[in-house]
Design a protein around this ligand. Structure first.
Ligand SMILES: [Zn+2]
Length: 451
């Protein structure tokens, strides 16, 4: 039984330390690489991390004498391991194949049990709070927030202590409940008779019971579904502000910030609930609203040539080209190419200081991944990054569009398929897509709805 389970596991490479390069499956469509070894006898076990250069790239020079070119192309579509990406994580092998079905995935995950705490995950994405708070809750629940405890684990700092309650360790639970600041806040919101129990529950139970509105802790039962996550988020934001700007003086009282915020979220709940999966009804590219940029991403994999690439463009409110790039990925599924596209696009947008981004893709599955309503590629480190990007302090809205509206990104992806592996940056539009750009700008007399 265990063998059957193990054979259907694909390892998502992150730090590459605990995945065997030859004998574990870490490229879903290929299986263990030992079967493709072109040397004599059986290859010696070694971890995936040992096949990356110190520069962070794959060591293709070394691998090229061990494996055929067709396999190297598949490896080039996998993000190289890096120590800061965390532990390698398992997912089901069939999750990565090209006939991917989110329903099948969901049913399998639901049936097979606790690989991910899918019911808790459902509770989080159904919460009537802005997307950035859902992302925050997801990170909190996975204990991936960069607390001092986590920063020590990643060798970023030396002491795991809370700067306020030294020498107490600063874990996620500490920031959200046990810290002096948090304790003072919760005492005003939790029924006095329930406070001892509230403060004593283990982290996961504490979080999930409150998110589900169970346990009878709240003085204000009706508003708890919004107030509890909002206060948690406010506590985290206030803690981050203190770490980033220790000299900024007065720290805002989380309750004074959190209460009005929660009220505002309830008032705009109907609007917020639509952001994310919003479908733009028109069939042409539209400029973003004032002071926002529009980012279009497309990833594509050619069935015949098997080459995959991502193409992305960022334009301003006048429709002018700000920046574009292509990324040639070689052999992977269309879905993974789309994830590469959105990942790289958000990364560039953040690095270039665009703080208000309207992101568009013509791949619904990617929108669902961004919304955390699809379990596709759940343990892939790129998807992990996407959650982290969305939880940052900037404005990103995203929605699904038709292919006609995504022509420039589509043309860039096609261009990337014929380029060498890696990224090609375009500070100015490549000549071959000028025509499509002009078409888009002729059509864009008005801004679209969608935000
Ligand atoms: Zn503390």
């Amino acid at each position: 039984m265990w063998d059957e389970v193990y054979n259907s596991v694909c390892w998502n490479v992150r730090d590459g330390m605990n995945t065997d390069f030859w004998y574990d499956t870490w490229i879903a469509s290929v299986g263990p690489l030992a079967q493709y070894f072109i040397g004599v006898g059986d290859p010696a076990p070694c971890n995936v991390a040992s096949m990356a250069c110190p520069t962070g790239q794959w060591d293709f020079a070394r691998m090229s004498v061990l494996l055929p070119e067709s396999i190297l192309y598949r490896i080039s579509a996998i993000r190289p391991p890096h120590p800061l990406l965390g532990n390698d994580a398992p997912s089901w092998r069939w999750m990565d194949n090209q006939n991917f079905s989110s329903k099948v995935t969901y049913d399998r995950v639901a049936r097979e049990g606790d690989w991910i705490h899918h019911t808790d995950w459902k509770v989080i994405w159904k919460m009537v709070v802005p997307q950035r708070i859902r992302m925050f809750l997801w990170l909190a629940k996975s204990e991936k927030l960069l607390t001092n405890k986590e920063r020590v684990r990643r060798h970023l700092i030396a002491s795991p202590c809370c700067p306020i309650c030294f020498p107490a360790e600063e874990s996620v639970l500490h920031v959200l409940r046990d810290c002096v600041v948090a304790g003072n806040t919760w005492r005003k919101l939790v029924r006095p008779g329930k406070l001892v129990e509230f403060m004593a529950l283990p982290f996961n139970e504490w979080l999930v019971r409150n998110l589900r509105g169970r346990g009878g802790f709240a003085i204000d039962v009706a508003g708890w579904g919004v107030l509890f996550p909002t206060i948690c988020w406010t506590l985290w934001k206030s803690r981050c502000k203190q770490v980033m700007e220790p000299d900024s003086g007065v720290v805002s009282e989380p309750l004074l910030v959190g209460h009005p915020l929660a009220a505002a979220y309830v008032a705009s709940a109907a609007v917020d609930a639509k952001v994310g999966g919003f479908q733009v009804p028109v069939r042409r590219w539209c400029k973003p609203r004032a002071r926002w940029v529009k980012a279009n991403a497309d990833g594509a994999s050619c069935i015949r040539s098997k080459k995959a690439a991502a193409g992305c463009v960022i334009r301003d409110e006048a429709g002018s080209w700000l920046f574009g790039f292509t990324r040639s990925i070689r052999v992977c599924s269309s879905l993974l190419a789309e994830v590469w596209a959105v990942h790289n696009l958000l990364l560039h947008a953040w690095n270039r200081g665009f703080w208000c981004v309207e992101l568009e893709t013509d791949n619904m599955e990617v929108v669902e991944i961004l919304n955390s309503t699809s379990a596709a590629l759940l343990e892939n480190s790129l998807v992990n990054d996407l959650r982290e990007f969305l939880a940052r302090d900037w404005n990103v809205v995203f929605w699904h569009i038709s292919r006609e509206q995504n022509k420039v990104a589509d043309a860039l992806a096609a261009l990337g398929r014929n380029g060498p592996i890696g990224v090609a940056l375009y500070e100015h539009p490549p000549a071959s897509i000028n025509r499509i750009l002009v078409d888009d700008s002729c059509d864009m007399s008005t801004a679209c709805a969608g935000g």
